[in-house]
Write a protein that binds this ligand. Structure first.
Ligand SMILES: Cc1cc2nc3c(=O)[nH]c(=O)nc-3n(C[C@H](O)[C@H](O)[C@H](O)COP(=O)(O)OP(=O)(O)OC[C@H]3O[C@@H](n4cnc5c(N)ncnc54)[C@H](O)[C@@H]3O)c2cc1C
Length: 418
Protein backbone atom coordinates (compact mmCIF):
# COMPACT_ATOMS: atom_id res chain seq x y z
CA UNK A 1 0.00 0.00 0.00
CA UNK A 2 1.55 3.31 -0.86
CA UNK A 3 -0.77 6.13 -1.82
CA UNK A 4 -1.97 9.02 0.34
CA UNK A 5 -5.47 7.50 0.71
CA UNK A 6 -4.35 4.04 1.65
CA UNK A 7 -1.23 3.40 3.69
CA UNK A 8 0.10 0.99 6.29
CA UNK A 9 -0.36 3.60 9.00
CA UNK A 10 -2.54 6.71 9.24
CA UNK A 11 -1.36 9.26 11.77
CA UNK A 12 -4.17 11.56 12.93
CA UNK A 13 -2.71 14.96 13.84
CA UNK A 14 0.45 16.58 12.52
CA UNK A 15 1.92 18.16 15.65
CA UNK A 16 5.34 17.17 16.97
CA UNK A 17 3.89 13.94 18.40
CA UNK A 18 2.24 12.80 15.15
CA UNK A 19 5.27 13.80 13.07
CA UNK A 20 7.71 11.98 15.37
CA UNK A 21 5.52 8.84 15.22
CA UNK A 22 5.49 9.10 11.41
CA UNK A 23 9.30 9.42 11.30
CA UNK A 24 9.99 6.28 13.34
CA UNK A 25 7.32 4.25 11.53
CA UNK A 26 8.78 5.19 8.15
CA UNK A 27 12.16 4.05 9.51
CA UNK A 28 10.63 0.59 10.06
CA UNK A 29 9.56 0.42 6.44
CA UNK A 30 5.89 1.33 6.97
CA UNK A 31 4.10 3.62 4.52
CA UNK A 32 2.60 6.53 6.47
CA UNK A 33 0.08 9.31 5.85
CA UNK A 34 -0.36 12.14 8.35
CA UNK A 35 -3.72 13.97 8.40
CA UNK A 36 -4.07 17.48 9.77
CA UNK A 37 -6.96 19.93 9.63
CA UNK A 38 -4.54 22.83 9.09
CA UNK A 39 -0.82 23.03 8.42
CA UNK A 40 1.36 20.46 10.17
CA UNK A 41 2.98 21.96 13.25
CA UNK A 42 0.29 24.65 13.44
CA UNK A 43 -1.25 23.56 16.77
CA UNK A 44 0.30 23.64 20.21
CA UNK A 45 3.63 22.66 18.63
CA UNK A 46 4.07 26.10 17.02
CA UNK A 47 4.71 28.93 19.51
CA UNK A 48 5.65 27.07 22.68
CA UNK A 49 8.82 27.74 24.66
CA UNK A 50 10.93 25.04 23.00
CA UNK A 51 12.72 23.86 26.11
CA UNK A 52 13.65 20.17 26.40
CA UNK A 53 13.26 19.58 30.09
CA UNK A 54 13.65 16.27 31.89
CA UNK A 55 13.87 18.68 34.86
CA UNK A 56 10.08 19.12 34.58
CA UNK A 57 9.45 15.45 35.41
CA UNK A 58 7.33 16.33 38.46
CA UNK A 59 3.67 16.57 37.44
CA UNK A 60 1.45 19.63 37.77
CA UNK A 61 -0.69 17.48 40.10
CA UNK A 62 1.36 18.00 43.27
CA UNK A 63 0.41 18.46 46.92
CA UNK A 64 -0.31 22.18 47.21
CA UNK A 65 -1.36 22.85 43.58
CA UNK A 66 -5.06 22.97 44.49
CA UNK A 67 -4.47 25.41 47.37
CA UNK A 68 -2.44 27.64 45.05
CA UNK A 69 -5.11 27.46 42.33
CA UNK A 70 -7.88 28.35 44.79
CA UNK A 71 -5.81 31.25 46.07
CA UNK A 72 -5.50 32.50 42.46
CA UNK A 73 -9.11 31.77 41.44
CA UNK A 74 -10.20 35.39 41.25
CA UNK A 75 -6.93 36.76 39.90
CA UNK A 76 -7.19 37.08 36.10
CA UNK A 77 -3.40 37.40 35.62
CA UNK A 78 -2.36 34.52 37.92
CA UNK A 79 0.08 31.99 36.39
CA UNK A 80 -2.45 29.18 36.95
CA UNK A 81 -6.07 30.09 36.43
CA UNK A 82 -9.38 28.28 36.24
CA UNK A 83 -11.93 30.50 34.54
CA UNK A 84 -15.07 30.13 36.70
CA UNK A 85 -17.89 28.79 34.53
CA UNK A 86 -20.45 25.99 34.30
CA UNK A 87 -18.74 23.14 32.48
CA UNK A 88 -19.39 19.66 33.95
CA UNK A 89 -16.56 18.10 31.88
CA UNK A 90 -14.08 20.57 33.31
CA UNK A 91 -15.31 20.03 36.88
CA UNK A 92 -15.05 16.26 36.47
CA UNK A 93 -11.52 16.73 35.16
CA UNK A 94 -10.65 19.00 38.09
CA UNK A 95 -11.93 16.44 40.59
CA UNK A 96 -9.74 13.81 38.91
CA UNK A 97 -6.80 16.22 38.99
CA UNK A 98 -7.39 17.03 42.69
CA UNK A 99 -7.38 13.32 43.51
CA UNK A 100 -3.81 13.10 42.14
CA UNK A 101 -2.50 16.08 44.11
CA UNK A 102 -0.83 13.97 46.79
CA UNK A 103 2.70 12.88 47.59
CA UNK A 104 2.29 9.25 46.49
CA UNK A 105 0.81 9.99 43.04
CA UNK A 106 3.28 12.81 42.50
CA UNK A 107 6.20 10.42 43.14
CA UNK A 108 4.66 7.75 40.90
CA UNK A 109 4.10 10.20 38.05
CA UNK A 110 7.66 11.54 38.37
CA UNK A 111 9.05 7.99 38.28
CA UNK A 112 7.00 7.20 35.16
CA UNK A 113 7.80 10.43 33.29
CA UNK A 114 11.51 10.80 34.03
CA UNK A 115 12.74 7.85 31.91
CA UNK A 116 10.64 8.93 28.92
CA UNK A 117 11.83 12.53 29.20
CA UNK A 118 15.48 11.53 29.49
CA UNK A 119 15.25 9.04 26.61
CA UNK A 120 13.40 11.49 24.40
CA UNK A 121 15.76 14.39 25.14
CA UNK A 122 18.68 12.17 24.04
CA UNK A 123 16.85 10.92 20.93
CA UNK A 124 16.09 14.49 19.84
CA UNK A 125 19.75 15.42 20.10
CA UNK A 126 20.69 12.40 17.98
CA UNK A 127 17.95 13.20 15.46
CA UNK A 128 19.09 16.81 15.17
CA UNK A 129 22.69 15.71 14.61
CA UNK A 130 22.10 12.78 12.25
CA UNK A 131 19.34 14.37 10.17
CA UNK A 132 20.83 17.86 10.38
CA UNK A 133 17.61 19.42 11.62
CA UNK A 134 17.93 23.17 11.30
CA UNK A 135 16.07 24.06 14.53
CA UNK A 136 18.59 25.95 16.68
CA UNK A 137 19.11 23.06 19.09
CA UNK A 138 21.44 23.96 21.97
CA UNK A 139 22.33 21.97 25.09
CA UNK A 140 23.04 24.63 27.72
CA UNK A 141 20.62 23.44 30.40
CA UNK A 142 17.83 25.54 31.88
CA UNK A 143 17.93 27.86 34.88
CA UNK A 144 15.18 28.45 37.45
CA UNK A 145 15.53 31.92 38.95
CA UNK A 146 14.03 33.07 42.27
CA UNK A 147 13.73 36.47 43.88
CA UNK A 148 11.99 35.10 46.97
CA UNK A 149 14.42 33.31 49.31
CA UNK A 150 11.73 31.19 50.99
CA UNK A 151 10.35 29.95 47.70
CA UNK A 152 13.89 29.17 46.54
CA UNK A 153 14.52 27.07 49.66
CA UNK A 154 11.21 25.26 49.29
CA UNK A 155 11.76 24.28 45.63
CA UNK A 156 15.40 23.42 46.25
CA UNK A 157 14.24 20.80 48.78
CA UNK A 158 11.40 19.54 46.57
CA UNK A 159 13.66 19.13 43.55
CA UNK A 160 15.81 16.61 45.45
CA UNK A 161 13.43 13.94 44.10
CA UNK A 162 14.86 14.51 40.60
CA UNK A 163 18.25 13.19 41.75
CA UNK A 164 16.67 9.80 42.38
CA UNK A 165 15.86 9.63 38.67
CA UNK A 166 19.22 10.73 37.32
CA UNK A 167 18.23 14.36 36.68
CA UNK A 168 21.04 16.54 37.99
CA UNK A 169 20.45 19.90 39.72
CA UNK A 170 23.06 22.50 40.64
CA UNK A 171 22.08 24.88 43.43
CA UNK A 172 23.40 28.45 42.99
CA UNK A 173 23.25 31.37 45.37
CA UNK A 174 22.11 34.81 44.18
CA UNK A 175 25.52 36.16 43.05
CA UNK A 176 26.43 32.89 41.28
CA UNK A 177 23.08 32.94 39.44
CA UNK A 178 23.66 36.50 38.27
CA UNK A 179 27.24 35.76 37.27
CA UNK A 180 25.96 32.86 35.15
CA UNK A 181 23.23 34.98 33.56
CA UNK A 182 24.14 38.68 33.33
CA UNK A 183 20.79 39.52 31.70
CA UNK A 184 19.23 39.23 35.18
CA UNK A 185 18.55 42.30 37.32
CA UNK A 186 20.05 42.47 40.84
CA UNK A 187 17.96 41.03 43.66
CA UNK A 188 18.11 37.35 42.74
CA UNK A 189 17.80 35.07 45.79
CA UNK A 190 19.11 31.96 44.08
CA UNK A 191 18.95 29.66 41.09
CA UNK A 192 18.59 26.02 40.21
CA UNK A 193 20.53 24.96 37.13
CA UNK A 194 19.54 21.79 35.28
CA UNK A 195 22.57 21.10 33.09
CA UNK A 196 20.95 18.15 31.27
CA UNK A 197 18.15 20.23 29.72
CA UNK A 198 18.28 21.71 26.22
CA UNK A 199 16.33 23.97 23.87
CA UNK A 200 15.30 24.36 20.24
CA UNK A 201 13.06 26.62 18.21
CA UNK A 202 9.83 24.61 18.21
CA UNK A 203 8.26 25.84 14.97
CA UNK A 204 11.56 25.09 13.20
CA UNK A 205 11.69 21.65 14.84
CA UNK A 206 8.14 20.84 13.65
CA UNK A 207 8.96 22.09 10.12
CA UNK A 208 12.15 20.04 10.03
CA UNK A 209 10.34 16.91 11.27
CA UNK A 210 7.84 17.46 8.44
CA UNK A 211 10.72 17.80 5.96
CA UNK A 212 12.40 14.53 6.97
CA UNK A 213 9.04 12.70 7.06
CA UNK A 214 8.44 13.82 3.46
CA UNK A 215 11.97 12.90 2.44
CA UNK A 216 11.47 9.38 3.83
CA UNK A 217 8.37 9.05 1.65
CA UNK A 218 5.67 10.03 4.19
CA UNK A 219 2.55 11.76 2.88
CA UNK A 220 1.35 14.87 4.70
CA UNK A 221 -2.32 15.59 3.99
CA UNK A 222 -2.84 19.15 5.23
CA UNK A 223 -6.16 21.05 5.33
CA UNK A 224 -7.77 17.65 5.80
CA UNK A 225 -10.21 17.70 8.68
CA UNK A 226 -11.10 14.39 10.32
CA UNK A 227 -14.90 14.26 10.63
CA UNK A 228 -15.67 10.67 11.58
CA UNK A 229 -14.76 7.01 11.53
CA UNK A 230 -16.20 3.86 9.99
CA UNK A 231 -15.76 0.88 12.30
CA UNK A 232 -15.98 -2.74 11.23
CA UNK A 233 -15.34 -5.84 13.30
CA UNK A 234 -13.60 -3.97 16.12
CA UNK A 235 -11.30 -2.02 13.81
CA UNK A 236 -11.22 1.40 12.21
CA UNK A 237 -12.00 0.60 8.58
CA UNK A 238 -12.02 4.20 7.32
CA UNK A 239 -11.22 7.67 8.54
CA UNK A 240 -13.74 10.11 7.08
CA UNK A 241 -12.33 13.55 6.30
CA UNK A 242 -13.25 16.80 4.59
CA UNK A 243 -11.24 15.45 1.63
CA UNK A 244 -12.71 11.98 1.41
CA UNK A 245 -11.98 8.68 3.13
CA UNK A 246 -8.57 7.34 4.15
CA UNK A 247 -7.78 3.73 5.03
CA UNK A 248 -4.89 2.01 6.75
CA UNK A 249 -3.94 -1.15 8.54
CA UNK A 250 -3.06 0.78 11.73
CA UNK A 251 -4.13 4.19 13.03
CA UNK A 252 -2.22 6.48 15.41
CA UNK A 253 -4.30 9.03 17.32
CA UNK A 254 -2.12 12.11 17.98
CA UNK A 255 -4.69 14.90 18.14
CA UNK A 256 -3.34 16.78 21.16
CA UNK A 257 -5.90 19.00 22.90
CA UNK A 258 -8.51 18.18 20.22
CA UNK A 259 -8.51 14.51 21.28
CA UNK A 260 -11.65 14.24 23.47
CA UNK A 261 -14.27 15.10 20.83
CA UNK A 262 -12.74 12.78 18.23
CA UNK A 263 -12.24 10.04 20.83
CA UNK A 264 -15.94 10.26 21.72
CA UNK A 265 -16.76 9.33 18.13
CA UNK A 266 -14.90 6.08 18.85
CA UNK A 267 -16.60 5.58 22.25
CA UNK A 268 -13.29 6.19 23.99
CA UNK A 269 -12.85 8.28 27.11
CA UNK A 270 -9.86 10.59 26.74
CA UNK A 271 -10.13 13.13 29.59
CA UNK A 272 -8.02 15.96 28.23
CA UNK A 273 -8.58 19.64 28.96
CA UNK A 274 -6.94 22.37 26.90
CA UNK A 275 -4.42 24.05 29.22
CA UNK A 276 -4.15 27.38 27.48
CA UNK A 277 -0.75 29.04 27.41
CA UNK A 278 0.55 32.16 25.71
CA UNK A 279 3.75 33.38 24.17
CA UNK A 280 5.15 36.61 22.77
CA UNK A 281 7.98 36.40 20.25
CA UNK A 282 10.36 39.29 19.58
CA UNK A 283 13.52 39.99 17.72
CA UNK A 284 16.52 39.53 20.03
CA UNK A 285 17.12 42.20 22.69
CA UNK A 286 20.69 43.52 22.99
CA UNK A 287 21.00 42.19 26.55
CA UNK A 288 19.69 38.72 25.79
CA UNK A 289 19.69 35.75 28.22
CA UNK A 290 22.21 33.05 27.32
CA UNK A 291 20.38 30.17 29.02
CA UNK A 292 16.63 29.39 28.89
CA UNK A 293 15.16 30.80 32.09
CA UNK A 294 12.18 29.92 34.20
CA UNK A 295 11.35 33.02 36.26
CA UNK A 296 9.73 31.26 39.15
CA UNK A 297 7.49 33.69 41.02
CA UNK A 298 5.61 34.96 37.92
CA UNK A 299 6.13 31.57 36.20
CA UNK A 300 7.45 33.02 32.93
CA UNK A 301 9.70 31.04 30.62
CA UNK A 302 12.29 32.95 28.57
CA UNK A 303 13.93 31.30 25.57
CA UNK A 304 16.37 32.97 23.20
CA UNK A 305 17.67 31.68 19.89
CA UNK A 306 19.99 33.22 17.31
CA UNK A 307 16.84 34.07 15.35
CA UNK A 308 14.66 35.50 18.13
CA UNK A 309 13.46 35.70 21.70
CA UNK A 310 10.27 34.42 23.38
CA UNK A 311 8.40 34.95 26.63
CA UNK A 312 5.92 32.19 27.31
CA UNK A 313 3.89 30.15 29.75
CA UNK A 314 0.78 30.65 31.96
CA UNK A 315 -1.82 27.91 32.37
CA UNK A 316 -5.48 28.74 31.95
CA UNK A 317 -8.38 26.32 32.03
CA UNK A 318 -10.90 28.25 29.97
CA UNK A 319 -12.24 25.56 27.62
CA UNK A 320 -11.59 25.84 23.88
CA UNK A 321 -11.36 29.59 24.03
CA UNK A 322 -9.70 31.07 20.94
CA UNK A 323 -9.18 34.64 22.12
CA UNK A 324 -5.83 36.26 22.86
CA UNK A 325 -6.35 37.41 26.43
CA UNK A 326 -4.57 40.76 26.85
CA UNK A 327 -4.39 40.47 30.67
CA UNK A 328 -2.50 37.21 30.41
CA UNK A 329 -0.17 38.45 27.68
CA UNK A 330 0.61 41.51 29.79
CA UNK A 331 1.33 39.26 32.78
CA UNK A 332 4.17 37.68 30.75
CA UNK A 333 5.66 41.11 30.05
CA UNK A 334 5.29 42.24 33.67
CA UNK A 335 6.81 39.02 35.00
CA UNK A 336 9.83 39.35 32.69
CA UNK A 337 10.28 43.01 33.67
CA UNK A 338 10.71 42.04 37.35
CA UNK A 339 13.74 39.88 36.49
CA UNK A 340 15.41 41.12 33.32
CA UNK A 341 17.31 44.26 32.35
CA UNK A 342 15.75 44.13 28.90
CA UNK A 343 12.55 42.10 29.18
CA UNK A 344 11.31 42.70 25.62
CA UNK A 345 12.99 42.65 22.23
CA UNK A 346 13.07 45.66 19.87
CA UNK A 347 10.17 44.44 17.71
CA UNK A 348 7.33 42.10 18.46
CA UNK A 349 6.94 39.30 15.91
CA UNK A 350 4.00 37.27 17.18
CA UNK A 351 1.51 36.99 20.02
CA UNK A 352 0.24 33.43 20.29
CA UNK A 353 -1.82 31.02 22.37
CA UNK A 354 -1.71 27.23 22.38
CA UNK A 355 -3.73 24.49 24.02
CA UNK A 356 -1.64 22.01 25.99
CA UNK A 357 -3.31 18.57 26.05
CA UNK A 358 -3.64 18.16 29.84
CA UNK A 359 -4.65 14.88 31.50
CA UNK A 360 -5.79 14.74 35.16
CA UNK A 361 -2.66 12.82 36.25
CA UNK A 362 -0.35 14.82 33.95
CA UNK A 363 0.81 11.64 32.22
CA UNK A 364 0.43 11.04 28.47
CA UNK A 365 -1.69 8.30 26.93
CA UNK A 366 0.59 6.00 24.95
CA UNK A 367 -0.59 2.53 24.02
CA UNK A 368 -3.23 0.47 22.25
CA UNK A 369 -6.80 1.65 22.65
CA UNK A 370 -9.26 -0.68 24.34
CA UNK A 371 -11.72 -2.44 22.03
CA UNK A 372 -10.31 -1.10 18.75
CA UNK A 373 -7.68 -3.50 17.49
CA UNK A 374 -5.85 -1.24 15.08
CA UNK A 375 -5.72 2.00 17.10
CA UNK A 376 -2.75 3.34 19.10
CA UNK A 377 -3.11 6.50 21.21
CA UNK A 378 -0.29 9.04 21.50
CA UNK A 379 -1.77 12.10 23.15
CA UNK A 380 -2.08 14.03 26.42
CA UNK A 381 1.54 15.19 26.59
CA UNK A 382 0.59 18.30 28.55
CA UNK A 383 3.39 20.76 29.22
CA UNK A 384 6.11 18.52 27.76
CA UNK A 385 5.06 17.34 24.31
CA UNK A 386 8.11 18.73 22.53
CA UNK A 387 10.46 17.08 25.02
CA UNK A 388 8.59 13.75 24.83
CA UNK A 389 8.10 13.78 21.04
CA UNK A 390 10.91 11.53 19.81
CA UNK A 391 10.55 9.11 22.73
CA UNK A 392 6.82 8.80 22.04
CA UNK A 393 7.47 8.25 18.33
CA UNK A 394 9.88 5.45 19.12
CA UNK A 395 7.45 3.77 21.56
CA UNK A 396 4.51 4.00 19.16
CA UNK A 397 6.64 2.43 16.45
CA UNK A 398 7.59 -0.45 18.77
CA UNK A 399 3.91 -1.01 19.65
CA UNK A 400 2.83 -1.05 16.01
CA UNK A 401 5.71 -3.35 15.04
CA UNK A 402 4.56 -5.75 17.76
CA UNK A 403 7.78 -5.40 19.78
CA UNK A 404 7.89 -5.11 23.55
CA UNK A 405 8.18 -1.38 24.38
CA UNK A 406 11.74 -0.47 25.34
CA UNK A 407 10.48 1.56 28.34
CA UNK A 408 7.92 0.64 30.98
CA UNK A 409 4.76 2.32 29.67
CA UNK A 410 2.27 0.79 32.12
CA UNK A 411 1.57 4.21 33.68
CA UNK A 412 0.68 5.64 30.24
CA UNK A 413 -1.94 3.04 29.33
CA UNK A 414 -5.11 4.57 27.82
CA UNK A 415 -7.06 1.88 29.71
CA UNK A 416 -6.64 3.78 32.99
CA UNK A 417 -9.45 6.15 31.96
CA UNK A 418 -11.97 3.66 30.48
C1 LIG B 1 2.81 28.37 26.05
C2 LIG B 1 3.28 26.95 25.89
C3 LIG B 1 4.61 26.65 26.17
C4 LIG B 1 5.06 25.34 26.05
N1 LIG B 1 6.39 25.07 26.24
C5 LIG B 1 6.87 23.82 26.08
C6 LIG B 1 8.24 23.53 26.25
O1 LIG B 1 9.04 24.43 26.51
N2 LIG B 1 8.67 22.26 26.10
C7 LIG B 1 7.81 21.22 25.82
O2 LIG B 1 8.24 20.07 25.75
N3 LIG B 1 6.48 21.46 25.62
C8 LIG B 1 6.00 22.72 25.75
N4 LIG B 1 4.66 22.97 25.58
C9 LIG B 1 3.75 21.84 25.35
C10 LIG B 1 3.78 21.41 23.89
O3 LIG B 1 3.59 22.52 23.07
C11 LIG B 1 2.67 20.36 23.62
O4 LIG B 1 2.70 19.34 24.60
C12 LIG B 1 2.87 19.70 22.26
O5 LIG B 1 2.97 20.69 21.25
C13 LIG B 1 1.72 18.76 21.95
O6 LIG B 1 1.95 18.23 20.66
P1 LIG B 1 0.83 17.42 19.91
O7 LIG B 1 1.43 16.96 18.65
O8 LIG B 1 0.24 16.41 20.84
O9 LIG B 1 -0.35 18.48 19.69
P2 LIG B 1 -0.51 19.65 18.60
O10 LIG B 1 0.80 20.24 18.23
O11 LIG B 1 -1.54 20.59 19.11
O12 LIG B 1 -1.03 18.87 17.34
C14 LIG B 1 -2.33 18.35 17.21
C15 LIG B 1 -2.73 18.50 15.76
O13 LIG B 1 -4.00 17.88 15.56
C16 LIG B 1 -4.65 18.60 14.54
N5 LIG B 1 -6.09 18.35 14.59
C17 LIG B 1 -6.94 18.62 15.58
N6 LIG B 1 -8.20 18.26 15.25
C18 LIG B 1 -8.14 17.75 14.01
C19 LIG B 1 -9.12 17.20 13.10
N7 LIG B 1 -10.42 17.11 13.41
N8 LIG B 1 -8.68 16.78 11.90
C20 LIG B 1 -7.37 16.85 11.54
N9 LIG B 1 -6.42 17.36 12.36
C21 LIG B 1 -6.79 17.79 13.57
C22 LIG B 1 -4.32 20.06 14.86
O14 LIG B 1 -4.47 20.88 13.72
C23 LIG B 1 -2.87 19.95 15.34
O15 LIG B 1 -1.93 20.26 14.33
C24 LIG B 1 4.17 24.29 25.68
C25 LIG B 1 2.84 24.60 25.38
C26 LIG B 1 2.39 25.92 25.49
C27 LIG B 1 0.96 26.22 25.13
Amino acid sequence: MNSARSSDVLVLGGGVIGLACAWYLLGCGRSVTVLDQGSVGGGSSHGNCGTLTPSHAMPLAQPGTITTALHWLLKPDAPLRIKPRFDPTLWRWLLGFAAHCNERDCRRATAAKAPLLLRSRALIETLVREQQLDCEFAAQGTLYVFRDARYFEQLRREMAILDEHGIRTEVLDGPATQALEPALKPGVAGGLLFPGDAQLRPERYAAELARIVRERGGQLAEDTRIEGFVRERGRIAKVVTSRGDFTADQVVFALGAWSPALARMLDLRVPIQPGKGYSITYTRPACCPRIPLSLKEPSVCVTAWGSGYRLGSTMEFAGYDTTLNRTRLDALRRGAAQFLHEPEGPSMVEEWYGWRPMTPDDLPLIGRAPQIDNLVLATGHGMLGVTMSAGTGQLVCEIIQGHAPSLDIAAFTPRRFQ
